[in-house]
Design a binder for this molecule. Structure first.
Ligand SMILES: [Mn+2]
Length: 435
């Protein structure tokens, strides 16, 4: 059985990582026969690293894409013959397994070629006609031909399928780095293959999901954002519940199941709720987030607000971080109603020091805007103590100003937005509606 991945969004933040780890733990405890693997879709931010260390939790596995690979469908139990084996052995091997060829290996176990049913049949017919004595006793190397489709385990099924279509051999041989056969994959294995499975947490936008999501089977969605552009083939259990963090929903599910998260997961979930709600100051915060924090404080026997203050302090010093990194670190991609693509990044800070680097940030944003081919790149510099945002804009600044009904400030490339702290609730909807 293939595992079920539990994935947050690209450019992962603490809520995505903490929720993925916590929810994978709960799912595995509720369904011990299935493996749930929390994953990350990119580099972890410093805040997430800080909490992972406190939680003594390992970095989740990096998932590059969720398209089917040769390794997902290949058979790993199969027969090989040696070059020196009698051709008859190849015939027996083919007869035993259900493939149209058998791999032939050399003395080092490396793939030397294949013996196909077609070649065997020709040989047999010729021998019968010539009524010569059993030359099926000749070594396989006499009848061997090149393997036309030899691929590696990570190769995508689409590639393997294309290669098989153009080959008269109906079976692909999967080889390792030393060119030793490790699996077989026939054309019939490619008919209605079992897709890779994933639970989405903390997002429901295709542009934010793991690459290849359109080929995967989404088994569940647990989110606190607006319902995005994700499409599913089958009906799925989907939750879009507007609380302050996805971690809050995970905590509630633990409690509803009568289970307590491990200390490690509880630490991550606490960090995630505090991070997404900016220590319960963000306008997205609900009473349920407060209840989740109180519960986790009891489980962990620590003061949540103190933990949160320490956590934000650890990650808010960005003096040493390059502008290029800052504008990308927590960027989310959106598409407005008329299909205009744009990005909103956010940095939480304490104090105004970062705004001294505004020109440098804007330059990095222009660069990213071009690289991503989006119409607008916005960066929220959010002061979590002062409770307000300076919104830097690369793109149509006028449209952004209209979206918020404010004047351009500070030289015409940013908007001063007092009280604005939430990308999801206060910034994304306005830009979605205007662009
Ligand atoms: Mn979140």
């Amino acid at each position: 059985m293939q595992p079920v991945y539990v994935s947050g969004h690209r450019n992962p933040d603490l809520d995505s990582i903490g929720s993925a780890i916590g929810y994978a733990e709960l799912k595995a405890r509720l369904d011990p026969n299935t493996e749930f693997v929390p994953v990350r879709l990119g580099e972890l931010n410093p805040q997430t690293r800080w909490v992972l260390e406190r939680a003594e939790a390992p970095e989740p596995m990096y998932l590059q894409h969720i398209r089917l690979r040769a390794v997902d469908l290949m058979a790993t139990e199969f027969l090989c013959v040696r070059e020196s084996d009698a051709i008859r052995e190849a015939g027996v091997a083919i007869d035993t397994a259900d493939y149209d060829l058998v791999p032939v290996i050399d003395d080092q176990g490396k793939l030397a070629g294949v013996v196909t049913t077609r070649a065997l049949a020709h040989r047999y017919v010729r021998e019968s006609e010539e009524s010569t004595a059993d030359t099926l006793a000749a070594p396989c190397r006499d009848l061997m031909e090149d393997a036309e489709v030899a691929v590696i385990a990570e190769d995508s099924i689409t590639d393997v399928s294309d290669q098989l279509k153009n080959s008269h051999q109906g079976t692909a041989i999967i080889v390792d780095q030393l060119h030793r056969p490790t699996g077989l994959l026939s054309r019939s294995d490619l008919v209605s293959p079992v897709r890779r499975r994933v639970v989405l947490v903390d997002h429901a936008e295709q542009a934010q999901a793991v690459p290849g999501i359109e080929q995967a089977e989404i088994v569940e969605i647990l989110d606190h954002h607006h319902i995005g552009s994700i499409e599913t083939r089958l009906p799925v259990k989907a939750t879009f519940d507007p609380v302050g963090s996805t971690a809050t929903l995970v905590v509630e599910r633990f409690r509803r199941s009568g289970m307590e998260p491990s200390r490690s997961s509880a630490t991550l979930l606490l960090g995630a709720v505090l991070s997404d709600t900016l220590i319960l100051r963000s306008p997205t915060t609900t009473d349920r987030d407060g209840v989740a924090i109180e519960y986790l404080e009891r489980v962990l026997q620590i003061d949540g607000r103190e933990f949160g203050a320490e956590m934000f302090k650890s990650s808010s010093d960005v003096a040493d971080v390059s502008a290029a990194e800052l504008v990308k670190r927590d960027a989310k991609e959106y598409k407005s109603g008329n299909g205009t693509p744009f990005l909103i990044a956010q940095i939480e800070v304490v104090g105004k020091a970062l705004l001294d680097r505004k020109e440098e940030l804007l330059e990095a944003m222009q660069h990213e805007q071009m690289a991503k081919g989006v119409d607008l790149y916005a960066l929220m510099v959010t002061d979590i103590l002062d409770e307000g945002t300076e919104l830097l804009i690369s793109g149509d600044v006028g449209a952004a100003a209209r979206a918020f009904g404010v004047e351009l400030s500070n030289g015409g490339s940013s908007l001063t937005l007092p009280g604005v702290m939430s990308r999801k609730k206060q910034v994304a909807p306005k830009l979605l509606a205007t662009l």
